[in-house]
Design a protein around this ligand. Structure first.
Ligand SMILES: Cc1cc2nc3c(=O)[nH]c(=O)nc-3n(C[C@H](O)[C@H](O)[C@H](O)COP(=O)(O)OP(=O)(O)OC[C@H]3O[C@@H](n4cnc5c(N)ncnc54)[C@H](O)[C@@H]3O)c2cc1C
Length: 372
């Protein structure tokens, strides 16, 4: 079967790319490992950068029950706390709902989906890509978008290598019921990580954290780490003691690294986390994935209309990606160094308490402008 564009991975980057391309009448296939709706490890705080854009493509955020978040609290391991208003702010909506709604929009525009299927290899011969799935199907296309998330087996098949990282993290998410303001997002430090809490739809909260994987090894398991290490922060201790946990078990992802990656590899345009993962404390990985999907699909449209050749497509995409995101990702990595360490987190919060005007420019440094 032949497509104009095949998109590997139907997260935010992949879904937005598919919607933008389908609007231009291209024949698009999205291959996604799971079937919608499904839960995903993510803090579920969406920066308002992309709110007008999402509403414009047909998401009714009020109807979906998204919460408005405009205050931010930061706490140190010892429980020192700092609060500020958020200039741009954001909204809270579960990935279960958000991705599923975007999937429905994409389907209504004629995008073809292959669900519960993963791509295990991609070959390019002359001007045609051959995309192979675990079900031994092969699809042909002129353009491939890689939007398969942070890191996967496919990177190995594509011989995509990343520089070794000293520190790898795990990500854990729960949905909980808890007595907490709906307009506030809090980021609580603990040794080797930080944990966010913010409201989503249906009076629920998303509790999501990033932790050095050595914490789990040392403590002997995720639950043990939560009790031994995370609960040293009194704010986290209160959550773990008093919240109602709605999942049977935590949702966990492993081997998270923040190493720089390439925006194009083997002629495949990489979108979202596949091109580079911003540290979650910035709270805008989702808006970066959405923006990158829009940039990629615009350039792919130009390529399919023969306004630019493949070399220009790849060169322009890399240039746009670097211009829009490279510095934001770097700043996110630098900021993360202030987190997850007793000395640094106490110092950072004491300093910011004395010089509160510094907090807003720091938050701004990892965010972009409102997307038209
Ligand atoms: C702990 C944590 C907390 C975070 N909190 C926030 C937050 O609060 N706000 C925010 O904006 N960002 C947050 N982020 C970042 C955000 O989750 C990502 O940046 C965002 O999901 C990127 O979207 P994406 O489309 O690139 O990838 P994803 O949403 O991960 O989508 C990738 C998709 O590809 C599929 N897939 C993978 N491999 C294959 C394959 N071989 N074939 C087919 N399908 C495949 C997967 O099933 C998945 O659905 C957080 C990240 C972490 C780790």
């Amino acid at each position: 079967m032949n497509y104009d564009v095949i998109i590997v991975g139907g997260g935010l980057g992949g879904l937005i790319s598919s919607i933008q391309l389908a609007k231009k009448q291209y024949n698009v296939l999205v291959v996604e490992k799971y079937a919608y709706p499904f839960n995903k490890v993510c803090g579920e705080y969406v920066s308002n950068e992309v709110k007008p854009f999402l509403e414009d493509i047909g998401l009714d955020l009020t109807l979906l029950g998204a919460t408005n978040i405009n205050r931010f609290q930061l706490t140190s391991i010892k429980g020192k706390s700092l609060e500020t208003t958020l200039q741009m702010g954001g909204f809270g909506l579960s990935r279960y709902t958000l991705d599923n709604e975007l999937y429905k929009i994409a389907k209504s525009l004629g995008v073809t989906f292959l669900l519960n299927t993963f791509v295990d290899d991609i070959q390019k011969i002359n001007e045609t890509f051959f995309v192979e799935t675990n079900a031994s199907q092969t699809f042909e296309t002129k353009v491939v978008i890689g939007s398969y998330g942070k890191r996967g087996k496919l990177d190995k098949s594509l011989f995509r290598q990343f520089p070794a990282q000293k520190q790898a993290f795990i990500g854990v998410k729960y949905h909980i019921k808890y007595d907490f303001p709906k307009d506030l997002i809090a980021l609580h430090n603990f040794n080797g990580g930080y944990c966010g809490i913010s409201a989503i739809e249906d009076d629920k909260y998303c509790l999501c954290y990033l932790s050095d994987r050595n914490n789990v090894k040392q403590s002997g398991g995720v639950h043990e780490m939560e009790l031994d290490i995370m609960c040293q922060n009194p704010f986290l201790s209160d959550i773990f003691q008093n919240a109602e946990f709605l999942f049977d078990r935590p949702l966990v992802i492993n081997e998270i690294i923040f190493t720089p990656k390439s925006a194009v590899h083997k002629n495949i345009l990489m979108v979202g986390d596949t091109a580079g993962l911003i540290t979650p404390l910035a709270g805008n990985g989702m808006s970066i994935a959405i923006r990158a999907g829009v940039i990629a699909s615009k350039l792919i449209g130009d390529f399919l209309q023969k306004k630019i050749n493949r070399e220009e497509l790849e060169g322009n995409y890399t240039e746009e990606w670097n211009k829009n995101f490279k510095n934001r990702l770097w700043r996110g990595r630098q900021l993360q160094k202030l987190f997850g360490d007793e000395f640094n987190s106490n110092l950072a919060i004491s300093t910011l308490k004395k010089l509160p005007f510094l907090l807003k420019p720091i938050i701004k440094a990892t965010h972009g402008k409102i997307m038209e």
